[in-house]
Design a protein around this ligand. Sequence first.
Ligand code: SF4
Length: 196
Amino acid sequence: MSHDLLNIHSIIPLSKVNGPGNRMVVFFQGCDKNCPGCFNPDTHSFETISLYSPGALFKKYPPNKRIEGITLSGGEPFLQPEGLFELLKTAKENFNLSTVVYTGFTYKEIRQKPECLPCLEFIDVLIDGRYVESKKEPSLLARGSTNQRLYLLSSRYKREDFYMPGKIEVIIGKDGVVTNTGFGKIDIKQAMQIET
Ligand code: SF4
């Protein structure tokens, strides 16, 4: 597999609950941290789901004028550092998008990985650290647990831009697939009365 090809779990073309404003959200596939209570366990396996070059990804999901940025989550984006770098660079330079990245690594761990360092230049906000269930965020900032820190790596945003208490979205795709995203919990089946 070419290193600039990204193995992607899923993409939400427009979300209002994954960082400031309207954002495209890209979930990377593959994570080895196994945090108990992880909100997205389907992203853990390293099987190939959908391969995209950054160019192909933006061709399939062109950011419209309503999109102010891209949020990268997972899975673990920094386990695909070359593709991550190209995606961030393309988002900034070709589409003038702001960039928010969630990672299970700490900022310190990332700075110790030479292959990850170039990515930092193109990230506006990094939200770091493993998810710790006992420190679950009481739905205030856009993070899973209170051990995770927001690093404002540029002047683009302020900490309060990430204040989104209990915001969630339920997205029903054209294919009928229902996605629950954001920083709150909802029982989709109960809420939508989906029968199993
Ligand atoms: S680092 Fe993130 S994706 Fe990986 S197991 Fe932990 S919470 Fe889940």
